[in-house]
Structures are given as structure tokens and as C-alpha cells.
Ligand binder design. Structure first.
Ligand SMILES: [Zn+2]
Ligand SMILES: [Zn+2]
Length: 407
């Protein structure tokens, strides 16, 4: 069901005039992202013919096959388990693609505390709906759905009511895998999943499905802070780390009309940054380039997945500038209180995004063919993929094709 013209490895910059694209993307990816617009590329394909009624599911239907770790050091091995029976507001998805996020590695290998083993990671899923519960109106069998980093929340607190469920005030947030729900929760490196409908995003039939998957974490994790801190056209934004999250951040910020400076430790990514839409790609060691940008950036999005010396980048913030830490979950190092105070600068954090933002970023990116760059792998390649994520070889997101799972 993919549009043959939508190649996830093709940069958006070669498709049409950058100026007109930016105008359209900026309108769609800015504060009014929910507003409908005409697709600018491709013709929407006709949705798959699907039965309107859900089939009756047998116990065998709930038997899932996945790949996961049985200990922090086991490596990925086949795991079989049972998904929960379909509730009235549940959606049963056959998973088609699942992205590989750096946090999958942190979680599965116990970097953030031991998960429940066996741990089947994966929280960037796109799948096809096989069945829905009786109360579900948003999906029918044959539709496409996306699932991100969490699968439930209390749904009644003030933050859930305003669709910022990732900050559920009642401790109701349920991450996609690594802990317990009714039983152990398993993620998207598996062939099927059952999720409450509110936490399943609609994916258009004409989407590039493999390239849509990373939008469910990398996409919304960078889109949400751009919305919250109101990144607008003409602002100067830094993106630190050009990896899975960082390369999406560069694309989304450029699409909003921001002037993007991308900072990397990898010489080979300096040129890539410009192709992704940055005004400049800069090596961390390029002191002259950093000096030139001192005091000039409105916003910095830090996607580096561990603590690092941040001060050299905090120095780049303008008065009232904000550094948003997305990746480092350990102690931040060596920040000068003086530099923060003298320019009323802030260092803040942000996690994932709400369900409304998740739907917005999927809709906008699909509509405007603004996709992450992905490399599709087999489920058997996951160990090697984890190593290549850690060694920064991936360009820029691995996505597992779940049709490679043997049953
Ligand atoms: Zn993630
Ligand atoms: Zn809540």
C-alpha cells in the first residue's frame, strides 16, 4: 500500500522548490498543524478493501512472536508470548514495521534500571488493524495504525484531558514495554499487539509505512517541544546530535522556516546536515564556528542520548534562550549558573509527546512527504543494528520489517 513515488531515502529537498515547500510545510507543521490541507505529492491510494466487521479471534490469534532480551547481556532471541484479550475499546494490530530507537537499547540493556525480562523492545510501530473491540469507532479492520512510546494513561487527570498523557498526573502512564500491565508488556519487535484505541494513531493508507514508524517516537519527541516552546519561522535553532531524533529535528525545524544549526561529532554528517535542511552542519570541535554563534540561538534541541559537557552549547543561547534536553537521562554536567542567570537562559526537559501531537506529526509528515531517512532491516539483524546505533553508523533510523519474523 505504499506510494511507489515515496522513497524514504530520498531527501525532500530535491522534489520541488525549497521555498514553496517550506511555506507549505511551515503552515502545516506549525501551531495549526491539525488544519487539513491538500497533499502536495502523490495521489492518495484507495484504502485496502476491508471487512467492516471484526473477525472472531481464536486463542491462537493472541499468540505473538517477538525478539527480545532475556537478560541485559543475552542478545536478541526469539520470544513467544500471549497478547491480552481484546477489550471493548481495544485495537488488535498486525505489526508491519517498527523503528529502532536508542532508548530501546538503554531500556533493554538495563541502563535505566532493570526492565522486566524477557524484554521485547520497540515503540515506533505501524501495523494493520485485524480486529477492533465493540466500542471502537476510530478504526475498522484493514485500517492502518501507529503506536508510540506509551499505551495507556489514567485518561481523567488534567494533563490527560488536554492530551498531554505523557505527563499523566495520576502515575497512570504505561510505557509500551519493559514493565507490567495485566501481564508483562512487550513492544513492537513482534508480530501483533493489542492497544487501547486512544493510544493508536491513524496512519493514512498512502503513507510510506516504514518511514512513518519513526514518527511515533523520534518524530513526536522533537515535534512536541517545538510546539510547546513555539518555534516559529525565522528563529535560530540548534540541534545537537544528528542521529535518529536529531535528523528528524533538523527536518521538522527547517520545515517550520527556522534557521537550523546542527552540531555533530561525526565529520561525515556535516554535509548531511545541510541536505536535511540545516543552514550549517558544525563539528563540536570547531571552536571558531561555535564562537561565531555565541549568544545567537533562540532554542537548542539536544538529542544526545547521554550526558556530555553542555556548557559550550548553553553559551550559544541568546537572552531568554532555551536548551531542551531530550536524550540525556543521567546527571547533566558542569553547567554555569552564571551564564544561565546573566541571560535569563533556561535548561529544560521534554519527553515524547501527547496523543494529539502524535497524530499531528504523522498527518503533517505524511501529507508533505517529510519522512525520516530509514534503513529497513530483518528482525534477525537487531543485535547488529543495536551495535550500529551505538557506534553511530546508522543513517539515520533502522526500521524492522516484521514480515521477516518466522512463526
Ligand atoms: Zn524512542
Ligand atoms: Zn492522567
Amino acid at each position: 500500500m505504499q506510494n511507489p513515488g515515496s522513497d524514504p531515502n530520498v531527501s525532500t529537498s530535491g522534489r520541488s522548490s525549497r521555498a514553496s515547500r517550506r511555506t507549505l510545510l511551515s503552515a502545516a507543521l506549525g501551531a495549526g498543524a491539525a488544519v487539513a490541507a491538500t497533499p502536495i505529492l502523490g495521489t492518495p491510494a484507495v484504502a485496502a478493501k476491508a471487512p467492516a466487521r471484526s473477525p472472531a479471534l481464536t486463542p491462537e490469534d493472541y499468540e505473538a512472536h517477538g525478539y527480545g532480551l532475556t537478560s541485559a547481556t543475552s542478545g536478541m532471541v526469539p520470544v513467544t508470548f500471549t497478547r491480552r484479550p481484546l477489550r471493548d475499546d481495544d485495537v488488535f494490530l498486525d505489526i508491519l514495521y517498527c523503528g529502532v530507537c536508542h532508548s530501546d537499547i538503554h531500556m533493554a540493556r538495563g541502563d535505566w534500571g532493570p526492565p522486566v525480562y524477557p524484554c521485547v523492545p520497540g515503540h515506533e510501530m505501524v501495523g494493520r488493524v485485524r480486529a477492533v473491540g465493540r466500542a471502537v469507532t476510530k478504526f475498522k479492520p484493514g485500517d492502518l495504525g501507529g503506536v508510540g512510546t506509551y499505551i495507556d494513561s489514567c485518561r481523567t487527570c488534567a494533563n490527560c484531558k488536554r492530551h498531554q498523557e505523557q505527563y499523566c498526573l495520576n502515575n497512570g502512564l504505561v510505557m509500551t514495554y519493559g514493565g507490567y500491565g495485566d501481564t508483562i508488556l512487550y513492544g513492537g519487535f513482534s508480530d501483533r499487539i493489542v492497544v487501547r484505541d486512544r493510544f493508536v494513531m491513524k496512519v493514512p493508507a498512502w503513507a510510506d509505512l516504514a518511514a512513518t514508524a519513526p514518527l511515533l517516537c523520534a518524530g513526536v519527541s522533537t515535534y512536541s517541544p517545538m510546539q510547546h516552546w513555539k518555534l516559529t519561522r525565522g528563529q535560530r535553532v540548534g540541534v545537537i546530535g544528528i542521529g535518529g531524533l536529531g535528523h528528524v529535528a533538523v527536518k521538522l525545524a527547517a520545515a517550520r522556516g527556522a534557521e537550523v544549526y546542527a552540531f555533530t561529532t561525526t565529520p561525515g554528517k556535516v554535509a548531511d546536515a545541510r541536505k536535511l535542511g540545516a543552514r550549517q552542519g558544525i563539528l563540536w570541535t570547531d571552536e571558531a564556528a561555535l564562537q561565531e554563534l555565541t549568544g545567537s540561538l533562540d532554542l537548542i534541541i539536544s538529542t544526545v542520548p547521554k550526558a556530555y559537557p553542555m556548557q559550550q552549547f548553553v553559551n550559544l543561547l541568546h537572552v531568554d534562550g532555551t536548551m531542551i534536553n531530550l536524550g540525556a537521562m543521567d546527571e547533566l554536567q558542569g553547567i554555569s549558573g552564571m551564564v544561565l542567570a546573566m541571560g535569563r537562559r533556561s535548561i529544560v526537559g521534554s519527553m515524547a509527546g501527547g496523543t494529539r501531537e502524535m497524530q499531528q506529526v504523522v498527518d503533517s509528515c505524511v501529507r508533505h512527504n517529510c519522512y525520516p531517512k530509514v534503513e529497513i532491516i530483518s528482525v534477525q539483524d537487531l543485535d547488529q543494528a543495536f551495535d550500529r546505533v551505538i557506534s553511530k553508523e546508522v543513517r539515520y533510523r533502522f526500521v524492522v520489517d516484521l514480515s521477516t519474523m518466522s512463526r
